[in-house]
Structure formats: C-alpha cells, structure tokens
Design a protein around this ligand. Structure first.
Ligand code: ARG
Length: 274
C-alpha cells in the first residue's frame, strides 16, 4: 500500500513573502484550510494510500508543506534513507529537525550533507523518476547548484544519477511546480520555467513531454499527485484533461485555495514514503 506523510495545517499561515504568491492581501481562512487538507487526506485514502502524519509545531507556519524538509528514498542494498534539507528561510529551516527526528524514529538512515553556504529543499526541488532510476534536481531560486551537486555526489555512492535543471521563472521557484512525472515515459512540464539547457535535457530524457501553459503552471496544475490512475490537482483545463486521458489518468480536483496563498498545492503537501 502506498504511504504518504502529511502535516496537519494547525498553525498554517502566511506571515511573510517567501515566494511571489505570498501576499497579505487575502488572509488565510484556517477553517477552510483544515477542510481542504482533510479532503486531500480523504482523496489519498480513497486512492489506496495510507496517510501518516507528523505533529505540527506552533510558529512553523509552512510546516504543512511536507514535501520540503527531507528527501526520501530507498535503494536495494542500502535501505530506506532521508536527506535532511537546508531551507533558505529561517522559519522553514527550523522545520527540518522535526522531520529528521520523525524519520530517524522510523529507522531511516539519515544522510547529512555538509551544505556550507548551499541550500537544498527536499522534494520541492528533487523528484524521482517513477521507476527510481534517476532524480531530477531543480536549482536557481531555493536549492543552489552547489546544493544539488553535493546531493548528487551522495546519490552517486548509491549509483543513482541526478539530472540538474536550472529554473528561471520566479512563479515556478520549486521544481515540483513545473515538472510532474505521469509515468515512466511521460511528464508534464511548463517550458517557460527552464533554462534552454534544462529544457533540452528534459526533452531528451522523456519519451513524451506534455506542455503546460503559464496559466496552468501558475495555478499549480503541474503540482498534482499521481496515484492509482488518478491525477489529484487543484484546477483543470480541457487541454490538460486531454493529456491526462491520453496517459490513462483520471483528474480528481481538490480545492487548495488557502495553500495556494502560500505558494503551494497538492504535491507540496505530502511526501511519499518508500
Ligand atoms: N510557503 C512555502 C515556501 O515558500 C511553500 C512551499 C511549497 N512547497 C513546494 N514543494 N513547492 O517555502
């Protein structure tokens, strides 16, 4: 059974501007946020997922975005591992030890990187190829190229190649906003989010590259969760629906309006566990 880790949005709020989506113009409705989060959990469960949670911490307003604090994986001969992130923003940096403890208590091997001045933001910028054969690593806004290189050196010890991809659109400040693997052959991408070199490597590495528009990407339609033949997404357009149909996926819409005020949606709110 697929298992996901989420963090209840008890202390979720928008208190500063970590990305262009965050403004204090419309305050977070905490009751609505709770309902949306519970709906997401329910949809994951209906799609055969076991949902595990980590306790939220007062003062860590973005801790609900459970994709960012560690990178999680499993490698035959090595076991389950977690790489703690180094987050750019101080409040987010304070989330990391809580997640690291959660994974340590469940016998994951923790791989601590020596970041120096570099940053690396977990599954926000690091995405597995569905079959586990490689990892895509975005850098430019949050994770740094140096952070990605240090991560790649650690992964190479396990024989896992890492493809680095430079991000150039501030509205796609994390890779999970502009790359979504649909299966081993097909991915959704927003081309405007990448440097020319990054875009060329994506086209080389995927058999089928489906393009999102800027509007679709900036409304988090590339931040979906692929599970059990479903594509969990906050919004839908007819062209995206046609792409999903071609790839054998059924869209399931989950409203994440409150979390979008913080610059995140479905994918950002969970981490798949091995
Ligand atoms: N407010 C959070 C931040 O700026 C949102 C994180 C969204 N997570 C993601 N994986 N894209 O850090």
């Amino acid at each position: 059974m697929p298992t996901v880790l989420l963090c209840p949005p008890h202390y979720f709020d928008v208190v500063d501007q970590k990305n262009p989506y965050m403004s204090r113009e419309s305050a977070v409705d905490r009751v609505k946020a709770r309902t949306q989060w519970e709906t997401l959990c329910g949809v994951l469960q209906q799609n055969g997922c076991e949902v595990q949670t980590i306790d939220p911490v007062d003062g860590l307003e973005d801790m609900v975005f459970a994709a960012n604090q560690v990178f999680v994986g499993e490698k035959i001969g090595y076991g389950k591992f977690a790489v703690p992130s180094r987050m750019v923003y101080p409040s987010r940096h304070r989330e990391v030890p809580f997640y690291a403890d959660w994974f340590r208590a469940r016998d994951y091997k923790l791989i601590d990187l020596d970041y120096g001045d570099d940053y690396l933001e977990g599954h926000g910028d690091l995405l597995w190829h569905p079959d586990g054969s490689r990892i895509y690593a975005g850098y430019g806004f949050r994770s740094t190229l140096g952070g990605v290189e240090k991560f790649a050196a650690a992964m190479s010890e396990m024989g896992i190649p890492v493809v680095s991809l430079q991000l150039v659109d501030p509205y796609c400040y994390h890779l999970d906003t502009c790359l979504c693997p649909l299966n081993n052959d097909a991915a959704l991408i927003f081309p405007g989010a990448y440097s020319a070199e990054a875009l060329a490597s994506l086209h080389k590495l995927w058999k089928r590259v489906h393009l999102l528009t800027a509007d679709e990407a900036h409304r988090f339609m590339g931040n979906g969760i692929v599970i059990n033949g479903s594509y969990i997404t906050p919004h839908m357009t007819p062209p995206l629906e046609a792409i999903l149909h071609q790839e054998g996926l059924t869209p399931v819409i989950v409203d994440t309006s409150e979390f979008e005020k913080a610059g995140g949606s479905c994918f950002c709110m969970k981490t798949f566990l091995p």
